[in-house]
Design a protein around this ligand. Sequence first.
Ligand SMILES: *[C@@H]1O[C@H](CO)[C@@H](O)[C@H](O)[C@H]1NC(C)=O
Ligand SMILES: [Zn+2]
Ligand SMILES: [Zn+2]
Length: 375
Amino acid sequence: MRRVLGLLVVVFVAIVCAGRDLYEVLGISRDASSPEIKKAFRKLSLKLHPDKNPGDDEAAKKFAEVASAYEVLSDTEKRKKYDMYGEDGLKEGGGGGHDPFDIFSQFFGGGRQQRQQEPSRGNDVVVPLRVSLADLYNGKNIPVSMRRKVVCQHCHGKGAAHADDIQTCHECGGHGVKIETRRVGPGFIQQFQTTCNKCGGKGKIITSTCPVCGGHKTNFGDVEFDVDVEKGMQDGQEVEFEHYADEFADRSAGHVRFRITTTPHELFSRDGDDLWMDMNISLKEALVGFKKNFVHMDGRIVEVNRNEITEPSQVITLKDEGMPKYQYASEKGKNYFTSRLLILCIGQLNIKINVQFPDTLSAEQKQGFRELFAM
Ligand SMILES: *[C@@H]1O[C@H](CO)[C@@H](O)[C@H](O)[C@H]1NC(C)=O
Ligand SMILES: [Zn+2]
Ligand SMILES: [Zn+2]
């Protein structure tokens, strides 16, 4: 007994000494979902990218650590191995040691990682998710509750009250089919296969019915989603939860995909990463300039200042007031320079000017304008 205990302690110490915890590196819990892993990687890698931290060796080291942690935890197989055996479990397969910049550009390059083909998975479910333009501007977590089929906990999807109530069908010997022979004319015999009618082709006979699911193998249950609508997501974009659709006793559940449907905003409309809005000004303001405010979608009051003449239908552009770009939105909310690049993380706002002409002019006003423009 003592020996065994000693061995256990040694194993435990070995795991602890194997070094940094990959979950800690990404700042996530051990049961983090795959969207949570992606989100953590996106945030950290953008923050630690050497372009953003020129000359900072500490940040560069962390950047590499974050990339290799993501490489493991984003891969279901590698993550499983890591969970069971720690980093030692990953060494045998070779792998690892990829260039962190490759991982980074693969992630942000938009190239969809190819998914392994699953032979039999239930149907995916697409759920429309109504989201306001302001939510896409600010980002928002939206809780959604959904009813779905879950494998019966009582019979574990067998449908029988007890495990020994499932018996092999004697009629077909468990094959689900029977071979029958028929005489067709003198000296000729034809063989053909029929589905066993005793077991309905299943090969098994269930002599009792699970009292919880009534033999259906599944029950209805509610599942709660926390849909992370991220800054700059596009209309029609989908947030996926793998294997969260209806469960089945004999194959894996399909995915649930929340598809974003944007509800219109009263002031702004969207064109890709750009925003458009209309602004009314008077004829006088068109000629002598103006100072006007509007409330942006994050609640800020933005000032529009002009001293020049503004023509009817002219478009005024504000560089940093459009939509945040998906996955590039920075905390500052502004475009910025790194050592090498201009990082465009927000689109522009186009303000279309509508000059409101007066309906009528008095005789004196007319005279005044004549004199004014005679100069
Ligand atoms: C501009 O004026 C028109 C006509 O008065 C009005 O219908 C419209 O709502 C105004 N637009 C804005 C953005 O204030
Ligand atoms: Zn049978
Ligand atoms: Zn059951």
